[in-house]
Design a protein around this ligand. Structure first.
Ligand code: 13P
Ligand code: SF4
Length: 335
Protein backbone atom coordinates (compact mmCIF):
# COMPACT_ATOMS: atom_id res chain seq x y z
CA UNK A 1 0.00 0.00 0.00
CA UNK A 2 1.39 3.42 -0.95
CA UNK A 3 2.00 5.92 1.84
CA UNK A 4 -0.70 8.24 0.45
CA UNK A 5 -3.25 5.43 0.37
CA UNK A 6 -2.31 4.34 3.92
CA UNK A 7 -2.93 7.90 5.22
CA UNK A 8 -6.25 8.06 3.33
CA UNK A 9 -7.38 4.70 4.71
CA UNK A 10 -6.56 5.74 8.28
CA UNK A 11 -8.54 8.99 7.94
CA UNK A 12 -11.44 7.06 6.50
CA UNK A 13 -11.63 4.55 9.33
CA UNK A 14 -11.84 7.39 11.85
CA UNK A 15 -14.33 9.72 10.14
CA UNK A 16 -16.23 7.90 7.40
CA UNK A 17 -14.75 10.37 4.89
CA UNK A 18 -11.32 11.57 3.77
CA UNK A 19 -10.47 14.44 6.11
CA UNK A 20 -7.33 15.60 4.28
CA UNK A 21 -5.87 19.00 3.44
CA UNK A 22 -6.56 20.35 -0.05
CA UNK A 23 -4.40 22.96 -1.76
CA UNK A 24 -6.65 26.08 -1.44
CA UNK A 25 -5.53 27.37 -4.86
CA UNK A 26 -7.15 24.37 -6.62
CA UNK A 27 -10.31 24.98 -8.65
CA UNK A 28 -12.34 22.02 -7.44
CA UNK A 29 -14.81 22.21 -10.35
CA UNK A 30 -11.94 21.84 -12.83
CA UNK A 31 -10.21 19.13 -10.79
CA UNK A 32 -13.39 17.07 -10.47
CA UNK A 33 -14.08 17.42 -14.21
CA UNK A 34 -10.53 16.20 -14.90
CA UNK A 35 -10.94 13.22 -12.55
CA UNK A 36 -14.24 12.30 -14.23
CA UNK A 37 -12.53 12.01 -17.62
CA UNK A 38 -9.38 10.33 -16.32
CA UNK A 39 -11.32 7.63 -14.45
CA UNK A 40 -14.34 7.31 -16.76
CA UNK A 41 -16.50 8.20 -13.77
CA UNK A 42 -20.10 9.42 -13.63
CA UNK A 43 -21.47 11.61 -10.82
CA UNK A 44 -25.07 10.80 -9.94
CA UNK A 45 -26.68 13.40 -7.65
CA UNK A 46 -29.96 13.61 -5.81
CA UNK A 47 -31.98 16.85 -5.79
CA UNK A 48 -31.26 17.30 -2.07
CA UNK A 49 -27.54 17.91 -2.63
CA UNK A 50 -25.97 21.36 -2.28
CA UNK A 51 -26.39 23.46 -5.44
CA UNK A 52 -22.68 23.34 -6.39
CA UNK A 53 -22.72 19.54 -6.36
CA UNK A 54 -25.94 19.48 -8.44
CA UNK A 55 -24.24 21.78 -10.97
CA UNK A 56 -21.33 19.35 -11.34
CA UNK A 57 -23.38 16.19 -11.65
CA UNK A 58 -23.74 14.22 -14.89
CA UNK A 59 -27.23 13.20 -13.86
CA UNK A 60 -29.59 14.63 -11.22
CA UNK A 61 -32.76 12.78 -10.35
CA UNK A 62 -35.12 11.17 -7.87
CA UNK A 63 -34.50 7.72 -6.44
CA UNK A 64 -36.07 5.95 -9.43
CA UNK A 65 -34.15 7.96 -12.03
CA UNK A 66 -30.91 7.47 -10.13
CA UNK A 67 -31.44 3.69 -9.95
CA UNK A 68 -32.27 3.52 -13.67
CA UNK A 69 -29.13 5.50 -14.47
CA UNK A 70 -26.96 3.35 -12.17
CA UNK A 71 -28.26 0.23 -13.93
CA UNK A 72 -27.62 1.53 -17.45
CA UNK A 73 -24.39 3.58 -17.27
CA UNK A 74 -21.27 2.39 -19.08
CA UNK A 75 -18.95 4.39 -16.80
CA UNK A 76 -16.35 2.39 -14.87
CA UNK A 77 -16.94 4.30 -11.66
CA UNK A 78 -20.17 5.61 -10.11
CA UNK A 79 -19.72 8.48 -7.67
CA UNK A 80 -22.90 8.88 -5.68
CA UNK A 81 -23.71 12.34 -4.42
CA UNK A 82 -26.58 11.19 -2.28
CA UNK A 83 -27.04 8.93 0.73
CA UNK A 84 -25.89 5.44 1.67
CA UNK A 85 -28.96 3.45 0.57
CA UNK A 86 -28.79 5.09 -2.88
CA UNK A 87 -25.13 4.13 -3.33
CA UNK A 88 -25.89 0.60 -2.09
CA UNK A 89 -28.68 0.33 -4.66
CA UNK A 90 -26.25 1.41 -7.39
CA UNK A 91 -23.75 -1.25 -6.26
CA UNK A 92 -26.44 -3.94 -6.27
CA UNK A 93 -27.45 -2.96 -9.81
CA UNK A 94 -23.89 -2.62 -11.10
CA UNK A 95 -21.83 -4.99 -8.92
CA UNK A 96 -18.88 -4.96 -11.32
CA UNK A 97 -18.39 -1.20 -11.01
CA UNK A 98 -16.62 0.77 -8.33
CA UNK A 99 -19.27 2.76 -6.40
CA UNK A 100 -18.06 5.64 -4.24
CA UNK A 101 -19.88 7.73 -1.62
CA UNK A 102 -18.04 10.87 -0.41
CA UNK A 103 -19.13 10.35 3.23
CA UNK A 104 -20.11 6.95 4.61
CA UNK A 105 -22.05 8.66 7.40
CA UNK A 106 -24.51 10.06 4.85
CA UNK A 107 -27.26 7.73 6.07
CA UNK A 108 -31.03 8.15 6.20
CA UNK A 109 -33.34 8.40 9.24
CA UNK A 110 -35.98 6.43 7.37
CA UNK A 111 -33.60 3.56 6.57
CA UNK A 112 -32.40 3.63 10.20
CA UNK A 113 -35.99 3.37 11.46
CA UNK A 114 -36.25 -0.20 10.16
CA UNK A 115 -33.49 -2.45 11.56
CA UNK A 116 -33.51 -5.71 9.54
CA UNK A 117 -33.37 -8.03 12.60
CA UNK A 118 -36.58 -6.46 13.99
CA UNK A 119 -38.24 -6.41 10.59
CA UNK A 120 -37.52 -10.13 10.12
CA UNK A 121 -39.53 -10.90 13.30
CA UNK A 122 -42.35 -8.53 12.21
CA UNK A 123 -42.53 -10.22 8.82
CA UNK A 124 -42.88 -13.66 10.45
CA UNK A 125 -46.30 -12.58 11.78
CA UNK A 126 -47.58 -12.24 8.19
CA UNK A 127 -46.14 -15.26 6.36
CA UNK A 128 -48.47 -14.96 3.33
CA UNK A 129 -47.96 -11.24 2.75
CA UNK A 130 -45.97 -9.70 -0.08
CA UNK A 131 -43.28 -7.34 1.28
CA UNK A 132 -43.02 -3.97 -0.49
CA UNK A 133 -40.19 -1.76 0.78
CA UNK A 134 -39.55 1.85 -0.03
CA UNK A 135 -36.10 2.06 -1.59
CA UNK A 136 -35.05 4.21 1.42
CA UNK A 137 -33.94 1.13 3.36
CA UNK A 138 -30.71 -0.78 3.87
CA UNK A 139 -29.38 -3.38 1.43
CA UNK A 140 -29.98 -6.02 4.12
CA UNK A 141 -33.66 -5.00 4.33
CA UNK A 142 -33.91 -5.41 0.56
CA UNK A 143 -32.97 -9.09 1.03
CA UNK A 144 -36.21 -9.44 3.08
CA UNK A 145 -38.27 -7.60 0.43
CA UNK A 146 -40.26 -8.91 -2.55
CA UNK A 147 -40.60 -5.62 -4.45
CA UNK A 148 -38.96 -2.25 -3.86
CA UNK A 149 -40.63 1.01 -4.76
CA UNK A 150 -39.86 4.71 -4.83
CA UNK A 151 -42.21 7.63 -4.34
CA UNK A 152 -42.71 7.88 -8.11
CA UNK A 153 -43.74 4.27 -8.75
CA UNK A 154 -45.22 3.16 -5.38
CA UNK A 155 -48.85 3.28 -6.58
CA UNK A 156 -47.97 1.18 -9.67
CA UNK A 157 -46.07 -1.34 -7.52
CA UNK A 158 -48.98 -1.78 -5.08
CA UNK A 159 -51.48 -2.05 -7.96
CA UNK A 160 -49.34 -4.75 -9.61
CA UNK A 161 -49.99 -7.12 -6.66
CA UNK A 162 -53.08 -9.38 -6.94
CA UNK A 163 -56.04 -8.01 -4.93
CA UNK A 164 -56.33 -11.14 -2.77
CA UNK A 165 -52.74 -10.83 -1.50
CA UNK A 166 -51.91 -9.13 1.81
CA UNK A 167 -49.11 -6.55 1.69
CA UNK A 168 -46.57 -5.36 4.26
CA UNK A 169 -45.24 -1.89 3.51
CA UNK A 170 -41.97 -0.71 5.09
CA UNK A 171 -40.43 1.47 6.37
CA UNK A 172 -42.35 4.78 5.87
CA UNK A 173 -45.68 5.01 7.71
CA UNK A 174 -46.53 8.31 5.95
CA UNK A 175 -45.96 7.08 2.41
CA UNK A 176 -47.77 3.88 3.50
CA UNK A 177 -50.83 5.83 4.72
CA UNK A 178 -50.83 7.81 1.47
CA UNK A 179 -50.74 4.55 -0.53
CA UNK A 180 -53.67 3.10 1.46
CA UNK A 181 -55.66 6.19 0.45
CA UNK A 182 -54.57 6.13 -3.20
CA UNK A 183 -54.93 2.41 -3.89
CA UNK A 184 -57.71 1.42 -1.45
CA UNK A 185 -55.51 -1.51 -0.32
CA UNK A 186 -55.20 -2.52 3.31
CA UNK A 187 -51.43 -2.35 3.91
CA UNK A 188 -49.71 -3.55 7.08
CA UNK A 189 -47.37 -0.66 7.90
CA UNK A 190 -43.97 -0.60 9.55
CA UNK A 191 -43.81 2.39 11.88
CA UNK A 192 -40.91 4.36 10.39
CA UNK A 193 -40.57 7.96 9.22
CA UNK A 194 -38.22 10.57 7.77
CA UNK A 195 -37.13 13.24 10.25
CA UNK A 196 -37.02 15.94 7.55
CA UNK A 197 -40.55 15.37 6.23
CA UNK A 198 -42.12 15.19 9.69
CA UNK A 199 -40.80 18.62 10.73
CA UNK A 200 -43.16 20.83 8.71
CA UNK A 201 -45.43 23.15 10.68
CA UNK A 202 -49.11 22.92 9.83
CA UNK A 203 -49.77 26.30 11.40
CA UNK A 204 -46.95 28.13 9.60
CA UNK A 205 -47.94 26.56 6.26
CA UNK A 206 -51.57 27.70 6.77
CA UNK A 207 -50.36 31.24 7.48
CA UNK A 208 -48.13 31.18 4.37
CA UNK A 209 -51.05 29.96 2.24
CA UNK A 210 -53.15 32.90 3.47
CA UNK A 211 -50.35 35.34 2.71
CA UNK A 212 -49.87 33.83 -0.77
CA UNK A 213 -53.41 32.90 -1.85
CA UNK A 214 -52.38 32.21 -5.45
CA UNK A 215 -49.50 29.92 -4.51
CA UNK A 216 -49.82 26.19 -5.09
CA UNK A 217 -48.88 24.05 -2.11
CA UNK A 218 -46.91 20.95 -3.18
CA UNK A 219 -45.64 18.14 -0.95
CA UNK A 220 -43.62 14.92 -0.95
CA UNK A 221 -45.59 11.82 0.18
CA UNK A 222 -43.16 11.29 3.08
CA UNK A 223 -44.97 14.20 4.80
CA UNK A 224 -47.61 13.50 7.42
CA UNK A 225 -51.27 13.08 6.38
CA UNK A 226 -52.40 16.42 7.87
CA UNK A 227 -49.83 18.21 5.65
CA UNK A 228 -50.69 16.14 2.54
CA UNK A 229 -54.39 16.98 3.00
CA UNK A 230 -53.62 20.61 2.23
CA UNK A 231 -51.58 19.88 -0.91
CA UNK A 232 -52.58 20.83 -4.46
CA UNK A 233 -50.08 18.25 -5.70
CA UNK A 234 -48.26 15.31 -4.07
CA UNK A 235 -45.31 13.63 -5.76
CA UNK A 236 -41.71 12.47 -5.81
CA UNK A 237 -38.97 15.09 -6.12
CA UNK A 238 -38.98 14.81 -9.93
CA UNK A 239 -42.79 14.89 -9.91
CA UNK A 240 -42.74 18.10 -7.87
CA UNK A 241 -40.18 19.63 -10.20
CA UNK A 242 -42.23 18.74 -13.29
CA UNK A 243 -45.41 20.15 -11.71
CA UNK A 244 -43.73 23.52 -11.10
CA UNK A 245 -42.58 23.61 -14.74
CA UNK A 246 -45.95 22.69 -16.21
CA UNK A 247 -48.38 24.47 -13.88
CA UNK A 248 -49.26 28.03 -14.76
CA UNK A 249 -49.02 29.28 -11.15
CA UNK A 250 -46.09 31.59 -10.46
CA UNK A 251 -45.73 30.87 -6.72
CA UNK A 252 -45.22 27.54 -5.00
CA UNK A 253 -44.90 26.56 -1.35
CA UNK A 254 -42.68 23.47 -1.35
CA UNK A 255 -42.90 20.82 1.41
CA UNK A 256 -39.84 18.68 0.89
CA UNK A 257 -36.09 19.08 1.42
CA UNK A 258 -35.19 22.58 0.25
CA UNK A 259 -32.35 21.43 -2.07
CA UNK A 260 -34.94 20.75 -4.81
CA UNK A 261 -35.59 24.49 -5.10
CA UNK A 262 -32.26 24.93 -6.90
CA UNK A 263 -33.57 22.98 -9.93
CA UNK A 264 -37.03 24.56 -9.70
CA UNK A 265 -35.45 28.02 -9.93
CA UNK A 266 -33.21 26.90 -12.80
CA UNK A 267 -36.11 25.55 -14.86
CA UNK A 268 -38.56 28.38 -13.99
CA UNK A 269 -36.48 31.48 -13.16
CA UNK A 270 -39.55 33.71 -13.43
CA UNK A 271 -41.41 31.80 -10.67
CA UNK A 272 -41.13 32.07 -6.86
CA UNK A 273 -40.50 29.07 -4.62
CA UNK A 274 -41.09 29.26 -0.89
CA UNK A 275 -39.72 26.42 1.25
CA UNK A 276 -42.41 25.15 3.66
CA UNK A 277 -41.30 26.17 7.17
CA UNK A 278 -40.34 23.71 9.90
CA UNK A 279 -42.02 23.82 13.32
CA UNK A 280 -39.02 25.57 14.90
CA UNK A 281 -36.33 27.98 13.78
CA UNK A 282 -33.65 25.53 12.62
CA UNK A 283 -32.86 24.62 9.02
CA UNK A 284 -34.53 21.24 9.57
CA UNK A 285 -35.97 21.10 6.08
CA UNK A 286 -32.39 20.36 4.97
CA UNK A 287 -31.52 16.68 5.24
CA UNK A 288 -28.52 16.50 7.59
CA UNK A 289 -27.35 13.31 5.88
CA UNK A 290 -27.59 14.53 2.29
CA UNK A 291 -25.78 17.72 3.27
CA UNK A 292 -22.76 15.81 4.63
CA UNK A 293 -21.48 15.64 1.05
CA UNK A 294 -19.33 18.62 0.11
CA UNK A 295 -17.25 19.57 -2.93
CA UNK A 296 -14.08 18.88 -0.91
CA UNK A 297 -15.22 15.38 0.09
CA UNK A 298 -16.34 14.71 -3.49
CA UNK A 299 -12.94 15.72 -4.85
CA UNK A 300 -10.96 13.65 -2.32
CA UNK A 301 -13.24 10.67 -2.81
CA UNK A 302 -12.69 10.70 -6.58
CA UNK A 303 -8.95 11.29 -6.25
CA UNK A 304 -8.32 8.43 -3.80
CA UNK A 305 -11.28 6.25 -4.87
CA UNK A 306 -12.46 6.06 -1.26
CA UNK A 307 -14.85 5.54 0.52
CA UNK A 308 -16.08 2.66 -1.58
CA UNK A 309 -19.38 0.81 -1.14
CA UNK A 310 -18.66 -2.87 -0.51
CA UNK A 311 -21.48 -5.41 -0.26
CA UNK A 312 -21.30 -9.15 0.23
CA UNK A 313 -22.21 -11.41 -2.69
CA UNK A 314 -25.09 -12.77 -0.61
CA UNK A 315 -26.63 -9.34 -0.04
CA UNK A 316 -26.34 -8.46 -3.72
CA UNK A 317 -27.77 -11.80 -4.84
CA UNK A 318 -30.68 -11.82 -2.37
CA UNK A 319 -31.46 -8.10 -2.53
CA UNK A 320 -31.23 -7.18 -6.19
CA UNK A 321 -34.33 -9.15 -7.25
CA UNK A 322 -36.57 -6.70 -5.35
CA UNK A 323 -35.02 -3.76 -7.23
CA UNK A 324 -35.19 -5.56 -10.60
CA UNK A 325 -38.91 -6.21 -10.06
CA UNK A 326 -39.43 -2.52 -9.32
CA UNK A 327 -37.57 -1.50 -12.48
CA UNK A 328 -39.61 -3.95 -14.54
CA UNK A 329 -42.94 -2.59 -13.20
CA UNK A 330 -41.73 0.99 -13.83
CA UNK A 331 -40.77 0.12 -17.41
CA UNK A 332 -44.18 -1.40 -18.05
CA UNK A 333 -45.80 1.75 -16.63
CA UNK A 334 -43.65 3.94 -18.90
CA UNK A 335 -41.82 5.57 -15.96
P1 13P B 1 -37.40 10.85 -4.20
O1 13P B 1 -37.29 9.51 -4.77
O2 13P B 1 -38.78 11.44 -4.36
O3 13P B 1 -36.37 11.78 -4.73
O4 13P B 1 -37.22 10.77 -2.62
C1 13P B 1 -36.00 10.49 -2.03
C2 13P B 1 -35.94 10.88 -0.62
O5 13P B 1 -35.05 10.55 0.09
C3 13P B 1 -37.00 11.69 -0.10
O6 13P B 1 -36.71 12.01 1.21
FE1 SF4 C 1 -33.68 9.93 4.35
FE2 SF4 C 1 -35.38 11.86 4.87
FE3 SF4 C 1 -32.88 12.47 4.18
FE4 SF4 C 1 -34.61 11.48 2.36
S1 SF4 C 1 -34.74 13.44 3.42
S2 SF4 C 1 -32.48 10.84 2.68
S3 SF4 C 1 -35.79 10.06 3.63
S4 SF4 C 1 -33.51 11.37 6.04
Amino acid sequence: MSNELAVATEKLTKNGFLDMDIDPSLDLYEEIEKLKKEKNAIILAHYYQDSDIQDLADYIGDSLGLSQKAASTDADMIVFAGVHFMAETAKMLSPGKKVLLPDLKAGCSLADSCPPHLFRKFKEKYPDHVVVSYINCTAELKTLTDICCTSSNAVHVINSIPKDKGIIFAPDRNLGAYLIKETGRDLVLWNGACMVHEIFSDEKITKLMHRHPKAKFIAHPECEAHILEKADYIGSTSGLLKYTQENEATEFIVATESGIIHQMEKYSPQKTFIPAPPNNTCACNECPYMRLNTMEKLYLCMKHELPEIILSERVIREGVASIDRMLEISKRAGL
